[in-house]
Design a binder for this molecule. Sequence first.
Ligand code: NAD
Length: 500
Amino acid sequence: MTIAAHVTSIFERIGAPVGFDSEGDIVCRTPIDGSELGRLQADSATSVGEKVGRAHAAFEQWRTVPAPTRGAFVRELGNLLREHKDDLGALVTIEAGKILSEGQGEVQEMIDICDLAVGLSRQLHGLTIASERPGHRMMEQWHPLGVVGVISAFNFPVAVWSWNAALAFVCGDSVVWKPSEKTVLTALACRAIADEAARRAGAPEGLLQVVVGAREVGEALVDDPRVPLVSATGSTRMGKEVAPRVAARLGRSLLELGGNNAAIIAPTADLDLAVRGIVFSAVGTAGQRCTSLRRVIVHESVKDELLQRLVAAYETLPIGSPLDSGTLVGPLIDGSAAAGFEKALDQVRSDGGTVLTGGTRAEAVEGGHYVHPAIVDMPEQTEIVRTETFAPLLYVLTYRDLDEAIALHNAVDQGLSSAIFTMDVREAELFVSATGSDCGIANVNIGTSGAEIGGAFGGEKDTGGGRESGSDAWRNYMRRTTNTINYSTELPLAQGVDFG
Ligand code: NAD
């Protein structure tokens, strides 16, 4: 079966036609062999406006539905995702190029956030606050916010949407989703699944709208005053364009941007764990995760052994079609990603770096862009090391004392994920303390990627400061009202003000 035929059969099982249009300007491709899967019409600024209007109408109904009943819709969504996990996971593999187990893992993440959101639908709580006035009570409530705009990146084509949408739906919001123009098919499959879940749960039509296209379509969504929150995931460049536009109309933005994640390998590190953690974090999804490990900061006493073991592991990595069950390294998303990898390696050489392994093209599947993951020993943290190259390129830096390692660790613009491998409890605690890692995620004895949905996910500095997923991230999708209720017969003023 061709990959295009595979896609058609997946959509048939999901129960929705793909809606290809041979005249369309959005070309859907698979990075596996670069072949065209079909074309779709992009939205115009007018059709984006119409879809925002439909989402707003759905919101006006949805906010009147009790939150636990809204949870029943998300429960249906989670159940349908369980039913279609294999198909949706395979579609992620076909469209984003990640291996089957990672494609399925992404769908599992969607199922997990639906479970979390269903529970939350009974826990959207505010505070009661002691009033300074007799016969008065203060409380806060969290109300539905409105239409949430979700802009997502190619590398997590469905999970990031679900982190936002599952919470937004239980919070009483509707969603307009602009997926990456490189991964539209997975978004259309999710919309079909969400529409079916809404039908089964009796939720209003139009709660989820998908807008198709590149940055202009994103801009139309960003500028729409009926969208109080724009949750945007992608490069720091994109976030720096989106945030001022949303701020100009005093909207809110929730930004999940680029990372430049590092792991410190201390003298007492369990090197078995460290090697496994490093390889998965640096090479998983062919280095195209926001949390991919890009820098190893290793103590000089364990450097030789660590590098020997890492190079040996890298040299046996199976590279090939992500649809083959033995593959661990699939393709880069496109030719420009491969060119970016090569350009970074040119810079590395002129900065005095030594390529220890990889760094060349891999002959895997004709038409795809496959590379041998690279490890580079760097004399210092030059500008290229401080830059996120979205490919499997791992820099090695050496340190003598932990303060130096933490300083190197934090001396980059991004602040997403980080790790330390150590058996020394003082080092571990220091790393996760206020003077340790400056990232949103700081791990001990596990790698930088593969977060669970129960925690708040996101990072500081150029990563944008947003938090999604677990913990109290749901508050992003609601508006807070503070209520003072007077049940007395007097009207005392706050701060003791006397007004006649
Ligand atoms: P990208 O910035 O090129 O595109 C992301 C999305 O933004 C796409 O949908 C794109 O069409 C849209 N977009 C681009 N410019 C826009 C604009 N001016 N206005 C509105 N929309 C615009 O990113 P990408 O190449 O798809 O993804 C890779 C990047 O995303 C990496 O930097 C990676 O670290 C980051 N990422 C971050 C997270 C996170 O949670 N922090 C998760 C996944 C990916």
